[in-house]
Design a protein around this ligand. Structure first.
Ligand SMILES: [Zn+2]
Length: 315
């Protein structure tokens, strides 16, 4: 076998001390004949550049696979058994977990384990091949993140739902699960109420508010970015959140656009603005009234105070 030549020594002179293990690979596999003059030259050169001696930690030969084990155990040590760090928002979650969350964590951990195993096997094959080819420098294994973005978000959504939203819903009496697929059908049951608002036969607080804003600041200013954010915020249908608003907008557009909602009936708003700013909150109000079995005044209060909840719930 060929002894390690000057090429390696040159590399060594520029390498940081902690890179030396990598440069040489496992000691057992280096084909060095210590009696050759080049090896002796190498040793004397090592002394000259004054590389600190490696501390004799243990007698075990440090291989790349051992390094990999170290990385794996470090990862493991960071996850205490009764605390799980959300991979998305990094919140530390303490066990015991609700059933759904327990299931999600278990699923993700299992995927992580399998993926690590896969990487480890691929690395071992690669190392064996490179050693057989006589490669001296073998790249250390860097474990890739084993959780997909999708899974990270899934765990985060579940812990927020199970540990924050559901208890809050219970405390406030909001429905624990919203049947978004029934919203369209439910809107149809009070469609006539909405027609009365559009035709001006029933007053709407949200329409009056919109008209007041236009009168006060003018039509153009009422459409600038800050105002649009305000309108959006004020018109959110409480715990139905953005997802609920989305279903409502779709249903209301199908029901009224190009029909009852004309330029004239909507003035000073545009038909789509009218849906977003007047009809969506009117729908939210009626749905909440039905869910919570309260009157309109009470429903309006609940709708306002559950906006933040709705934003998180329906993400
Ligand atoms: Zn999270």
């Amino acid at each position: 076998m060929k002894p390690v030549g000057g090429r390696v020594h040159k590399k060594m002179a520029t390498a940081a001390p902690d890179q030396l293990t990598d440069l040489f690979g496992p000691r057992s596999s280096i084909p060095v004949n210590t009696t050759t003059p080049s090896a002796i030259r190498g040793i004397s050169r090592l002394k000259r550049i004054n590389i600190p001696k490696k501390k004799p930690t243990n007698t075990k030969i440090c291989s790349s696979v051992d390094m990999m084990e170290d990385i794996s155990s470090t990862i493991k040590d960071n996850q205490e058994d009764n605390v799980y760090e959300c991979p998305f928002c990094f919140e530390k979650l303490k066990a015991p977990y609700p059933e759904e969350l327990e299931k999600a964590i278990k699923e993700v951990k299992e995927k992580q384990r399998a993926y690590k195993e896969e990487q480890k096997k691929a690395y071992e094959t690669k190392v064996a091949k490179e050693r057989a080819e006589g490669r001296i420098y073998i790249e250390p294994l860097i474990l890739k993140d084993a959780i997909s973005e999708e899974d990270k978000k899934m765990v985060c959504n579940i812990h927020k739902m199970e540990l924050e939203m559901k208890p809050l819903a219970k405390e406030k009496g909001y429905p624990e699960a919203i049947e978004f697929e029934k919203v369209e059908m439910r809107i149809n049951t009070f469609k006539e109420d909405l027609v009365d608002i559009i035709m001006g036969r029933t007053e709407s607080d949200w329409l009056m508010e919109a008209k007041r804003t236009v009168e006060k600041i003018g039509l153009n200013k009422s459409r600038d970015t800050t105002e649009l954010i305000n309108h959006f915020q004020n018109a959110l249908p409480g715990y139905y959140g953005m997802k609920g608003a989305d279903v409502m907008i779709k249903t209301l557009s199908q029901l009224f656009l190009d029909k009852e909602l004309s330029k004239k009936t909507c003035w000073p708003l545009k038909p789509i603005e009218y849906i977003q700013r007047v009809l969506v909150p009117e729908c939210g109000l009626r749905l909440i009234e039905q869910d919570m079995k309260v009157n309109k005044k009470e429903a309006k209060k609940i709708m306002k105070e559950s906006i933040e909840y709705g934003k998180k719930y329906s993400l």
